[in-house]
Design a protein around this ligand. Structure first.
Ligand code: SAH
Length: 347
């Protein structure tokens, strides 16, 4: 099976030419694909050509919305996407004043096994292809009544299941596809990639010249604490992550974000705050404080609201710029770190 959304417009042109089709056919096909259409809906493409593509194993729509859950609290939508092989990944559409942000997955499961996260509970099943990651955006755009001329998704965050830099080639290709001028044309400035800190892959990424916003999952300022909750820290420790963030800033002059989920009794003490201040002081970054979302199998508890205020107050007093992440879609398990399809288990 080959997925047509894995192809850039130029690659589609080559493909259609190899079938003896005129050049404009590729553009027609492209418009159909980006509108989220499958072959039967592509009424402007000849039946014979579609049948040849099908017979040769080309899939037009590799990502289908299996179910969607709309939050009664804030209109957030959680999608269960079904992939061609029956695997399921999740995405979350969040509505803000400035536009709609889609949080998407890059892998089925995850290898990183962070102690608080639901995505790594069953390990990594497989990587998504670039066209599948793109398919999540196309499907959500269509769900909201959008197509290529009327975009409903303005921002994308690679913060769903999976570690994007552990699926390097597909993630990079996805970023180029979603940014393509004739495609969804989502500006790099409106895209954020969150990584647990695979620094070798990150340095390679720096060389790609893709000026997106970088977010690093820090969650602790000491190696002792970070290693106890993030196995990846044994290879890429706190200082390596912060140094990498500095290299990114040097190169792009874009402020990086450090994510810090507050976990009761683990990373929320005064000493934790003091060490964090020491590590990032003077570096133009933002620490995004996240209230830990409860994941039953993980058993870790969130810092209380009161303690979280105390912690954020300490950071501010120490000169660290902070933001506090709002929890959205809490009633539909759309919250950060909770993404894991339970659908299969229910069947
Ligand atoms: N692999 C990427 C993307 C993960 S999800 C990364 O590690 O950054 C995006 C963010 O959610 C990460 O900062 C992750 O650490 C955080 N997260 C995971 N589980 C969480 C939970 N239960 N509560 C709050 N945040 C969580």
């Amino acid at each position: 099976m080959k997925l047509l959304t894995d192809y850039s417009l130029d690659e589609l042109k080559e493909l259609t030419a190899s079938y003896g089709e005129p050049a404009f056919r590729a553009e027609q096909l492209y418009l159909n694909l980006y509108a989220g259409k499958d072959y039967p809906e592509m009424t402007n493409i000849g039946k014979a050509f579609k049948e040849r593509l099908l017979a040769d194993g080309y899939v037009a729509r590799g990502v289908n919305i299996l179910e969607s859950f709309v939050s009664k609290i804030d209109g957030t939508v959680k999608f269960l996407y079904e992939l061609m092989d029956g695997n399921i990944v999740e995405g979350v559409l969040m509505r803000y004043k400035y536009g709609n942000t889609l949080c998407i997955s890059t892998q089925v499961g995850c290898r990183m096994n962070c102690a608080f996260c639901a995505s790594g509970l069953e390990g990594l099943k497989r990587n998504l292809t670039a066209g599948e990651i793109l398919g999540e955006v196309i499907a959500a755009n269509r769900f909201d009544g959008g197509d290529l001329t009327n975009r409903k998704i303005t921002n994308v965050v690679l913060m769903g299941s999976g570690e994007p830099l552990d699926n390097y080639d597909n993630t990079v290709k996805f970023l180029r596809l979603v940014n393509a001028e004739k495609g969804l044309n989502i500006s790099y400035r409106n895209i954020s990639l969150s990584t647990c800190g695979l620094i070798d892959a990150f340095d390679r990424f720096l060389g790609e010249d893709i000026p997106i916003t970088m977010t690093f999952s820090l969650h602790a300022a000491s190696d002792e604490v970070r290693s106890s909750i993030m196995p990846v820290n044994k290879k890429y420790g706190v200082d390596k992550v912060i140094d990498a963030a500095k290299r990114f800033f040097e190169k792009t002059k874009r402020r990086v974000v450090f994510e810090y989920s507050l976990i009761k009794g683990v990373n929320d003490s005064q000493e934790d705050a003091a060490l964090l201040i020491e590590k990032v002081k003077g570096f133009p970054c933002i620490v995004n404080l996240i209230v830990l979302n409860y994941v039953k199998e993980r058993g870790l508890a969130s810092t209380s609201r009161k303690e979280a205020y105390r912690f954020s107050g300490l950071l501010e007093k120490g000169g660290v710029q902070i933001t506090v992440r709002r929890t959205m879609g809490a009633d539909i398990e759309g919250a950060c770190g909770q993404l894991r399809a339970k659908y299969i288990n229910k069947q």
